[in-house]
Design a protein around this ligand. Structure first.
Ligand code: COA
Length: 436
């Protein structure tokens, strides 16, 4: 058996493998050509990170690494090697191919400097065990909700109760709105963790010129109603909703509904109602949405929806290098830190140890060596990941004994305050077009 990266000509066999392994790719009609197009449309897909295992010169297994940068901590970004399209031909399963390709891929991405790797996996899926064995831990569970296409919208009270400050008009957007839409997305990046960083180019190729309703599935031409905006009488765009009727299964995909902070009550409900009405007009068989706790989408759509059988999957994270993870994510505004001088040893029980030095606004991370300073010990990598993503607060982890602190009294309180500032608890969100 040999493992190598993609070579020109592999695409048809990779597409055949993916069609065999995933019903979704099969109904999408994945071909080698469509697979190659992904690399043009989504810069996160990299040919040099498409891995195959060969037996007797024939491809038997495949893994795609998708490069993403997600929001973590108070206002930081973490580059992750997203694992996708994990697949082995039926007749070669349980022979260790996926384990070997994944192990190899993780080694390569670590060498390339990726601090962490992340994936989505159904908790009941056979692959979940494999990911756990390879060091991935569950972070949170985005839930996929289905609702009947004609069911009226039943928002949670929080979104419904307060009367809107002013009336908004819902209209279809065009390219002239893109700057405002990206601005809204960026504002949401500071209040949610897990969101994938987008730039103008990606926005254009993935959401304006083509349309990704669920990565890696796309429609070639953008639908006229796929991005609606909520506009106030003064002409301010305060929210948008992306949706699409997938040709392959006639499912209405509600991909994202986002508003400016504190404008949810004005824009959320009218956008959601219009999206549902548009999808009904297009004769969607049912509508689906990925939802996670404490997000607007959850408030808008969870009530009256039936979750899909089980959860679609957990978001799993694996730290590849704790030093670069903390270098990326440990940020505090200089004001908070201006008079703080401190060295903290951060350790994962049975794993790596680093020293974080805070010096009047600057944070630096060093591989462990000298002793001294306060010591913070995480019981496992999963607990560290939950802190980075804001799924758990530092104080919660301490009270659950997932984190142990060497100091006590005022020093302990100061340390807790520091970590709570650097890693605040936040809702976690991944939009379906960015999934991998
Ligand atoms: C999941 C899949 C990629 C595994 O490929 P594989 O080459 O058979 O994987 P491995 O042989 O390396 O198996 C590794 C471990 O995964 C777990 N596993 C794999 N298939 C399993 C199954 N059918 N039932 C239970 N556990 C399973 C086992 O723990 C296994 O270790 P073991 O054989 O020592 O018990 C393959 O079954 C597949 O292509 N499935 C369809 C596509 C898919 O579901 N992909 C994952 C999406 S998240």
């Amino acid at each position: 058996m040999s493992i190598r990266t993609y070579r020109e000509g592999d695409e048809d066999e990779i597409a055949r493998l993916l069609r065999e392994c995933f019903d979704s790719f099969n109904s999408f009609g994945l071909t080698g050509e469509k697979w190659l197009k992904l690399f043009e449309l989504d810069p996160g897909f990299r040919r040099d990170l498409a891995f195959v295992a060969e037996k007797d010169g024939k491809i038997v297994s495949h893994i795609q690494i998708i490069e993403r940068e997600i929001t973590v901590g108070s206002a930081a970004r973490l580059q992750v090697a997203g694992i996708g399209n994990v697949s082995t031909f039926q007749e070669h399963r349980r022979e260790g191919y996926s384990t070997r390709v994944l192990t190899h891929a993780l080694k390569v991405v670590k060498e390339k400097g990726f601090p962490a790797s992340a994936l989505f996996a159904g908790q009941l899926a056979p692959a979940h065990t494999m990911y756990q064995k390879l060091g991935f831990t569950d972070m949170y569970l985005p839930v996929m909700l289905f609702r009947g296409a004609k069911a009226p919208l039943r928002c949670n009270n929080q979104v419904m109760s307060t009367p809107a400050r002013q009336k908004v008009e819902i209209r279809e957007s065009d390219e002239r709105d893109d700057q405002s839409l990206l601005g809204i997305y960026e504002k949401n990046c500071s209040i949610h963790n897990g969101l994938v960083i987008r730039d103008k180019k990606t926005w254009k190729s993935k959401f304006r010129d083509s349309f990704f309703y669920e990565c890696p599935f796309y429609e070639e031409e953008s639908k006229p109603n796929s991005i609606l905006v909520a506009e106030t009488e003064e002409g301010e765009i305060i929210g948008y909703a992306m949706s699409c009727l997938a040709k392959r299964d006639k499912l209405g995909h509600i991909c994202e509904v986002l508003t400016l902070p504190r404008r949810e009550k004005e824009a959320g409900r009218p956008l959601a109602e219009q999206v549902i009405s548009n999808l009904a007009k297009m004769k969607s068989l049912a509508n689906m949405v990925y939802s996670s706790e404490n997000t607007l989408i959850d408030q808008l759509f969870r009530k009256g929806s039936s979750p899909a059988l089980g959860v679609i999957g957990g978001f799993m994270l694996r730290t590849l290098d704790i030093k670069s993870v903390l270098e990326s994510s440990f940020h505090i505004t200089p004001q908070t830190l201006s008079d703080l001088r401190k060295t903290i040893t951060i350790q994962v029980s049975g794993g790596e140890t680093v020293r974080v030095r805070l010096d009047e606004g600057a944070v630096s991370v060093h591989r462990s060596g000298e002793k001294g300073g306060d010591k913070v010990t995480f019981s496992d990598y999963g607990s560290l990941g939950k802190l980075l993503l804001g799924a758990k607060s530092f104080a919660e982890l301490v009270s659950e004994e997932k984190v142990k602190i060497s100091t006590s009294g005022a020093e302990k309180s100061e340390l807790i305050r520091l970590f709570e500032t650097a890693f605040p608890k936040k809702p976690i969100l991944t939009c379906s077009g960015d999934l991998w």
